[in-house]
Design a binder for this molecule. Structure first.
Ligand code: SAM
Length: 309
């Protein structure tokens, strides 16, 4: 059944990042980031429109010293059932317990290589050990942790099976997220389709058992019994899950975007600064209704920048 309102809000709390990943398309840093109170009000407006899950992301959210305050402001909103974080893991080891105490439900850590030299080449930082420490601290603080991996041909795709073994060894839930482009671009970067990754896993470990999808989730889950691991895939490029997508995004400068591929949308920041919850709700309702109406065709509209008016 089609959900009648957005279920999932992804809020970028900053455009700043302390890594320089070779493939990342994250937005430039905003001069004026939303405050913790403004993000709290945004979460209240979104929850009143149906949102049940809020993900804090960036840039790199841990660069904000008040991230714990932001988590508190979001997780205390009635209706928000889960407040989650996507992070590169730098500095997570010392903050995981505090974030859990502030009300964070769980963490996804991005990790694209298990080899220190390659990790440094991809991210521009020699910090694999620190990130792995962060993953362990998050597993301890939250009981479980997800690791997101983007596979790039000729860069880290030789590590597919190492990642599955890593998941089996550590108990992390691994998710392969497709790079947005599956053919080589001018920069030479090329993603690996999920089907190819699944084939390579099946060749190495035998059966790969589909487990379906969780409610409102775009990740397809699989069990790899002979490896003792559970993995997820997100076909963001080969089969974008637009029809089922119940997500909205807000940028660090407070712009509401209907989807990952949108470049612009209505500015919520001035309304949030004036405490105009009703006006924010009305824009959320309008943008989500338009997203639903257009379905997968919305991607083209999104690219022209005319979504949400
Ligand atoms: N800094 C945080 C982190 O590293 O998780 C949060 C922001 S980062 C933009 C969020 C996720 O987007 C990361 O898992 C990253 O790998 C992914 N990402 C960035 N650019 C991408 C692209 N072009 N295609 C697919 N995923 C991408």
């Amino acid at each position: 059944m089609m959900p009648d309102g957005p279920k999932y809000l992804r809020v970028s709390v900053t455009g700043r990042c302390n890594m320089r990943c070779i493939y990342c398309r994250s937005r430039p840093a905003a001069a004026d980031e939303l405050t913790a109170a403004e993000i709290g009000l945004l979460a209240r407006a979104a929850a009143a429109e149906g949102v049940r899950k809020v993900r804090l992301t960036g840039g790199e959210p841990l660069v904000r010293p008040d991230l714990e305050e932001i988590v508190g402001a979001v997780s205390s909103v009635a209706g928000v059932e889960e407040t989650t974080l996507t992070t590169n893991g730098l500095g997570l080891a010392s903050r995981a317990a505090g974030l859990a105490g502030a009300g964070l439900s769980r963490v996804n850590v991005s990790l694209d290589s298990l080899r220190a030299d390659r990790f440094a080449r991809i991210t521009g930082l020699d910090a694999l050990e620190e990130v792995v420490r962060g993953i362990h601290a998050a597993a301890e603080a939250f009981g479980r942790v997800k690791v997101n991996t983007v596979l790039l041909r000729g860069v880290n795709d030789g590590e597919v099976c190492d990642f599955v073994r890593f998941a089996a060894r550590t108990g992390v839930r691994l998710r392969f997220i497709e790079y947005y482009r599956l053919e080589a671009g001018p920069d030479g970067l090329e993603g690996v389709p999920s089907d190819e990754a699944l084939e390579r896993i099946a060749d190495a470990f035998g059966r790969v058992v589909p487990l379906g999808r969780d409610a409102w989730s775009v990740a397809e889950k699989y069990r790899v019994p002979d490896a003792g691991a559970e993995i997820g895939i997100i076909r963001s490029a080969s089969r974008p899950p637009c029809a089922e997508c119940a997500k909205l995004r807000v940028t660090a400068e407070g712009m509401l975007l209907p989807c990952l591929y949108a470049e612009s949308g209505p500015a919520l920041a001035p309304l949030l600064r004036q405490g105009e919850q009703d006006a924010v709700q009305s824009i959320i309702r309008k943008v989500f209704a338009q997203k639903r109406r257009l379905g997968p065709a919305g991607r083209a509209v999104v690219r022209r920048g005319s979504f949400g008016g």
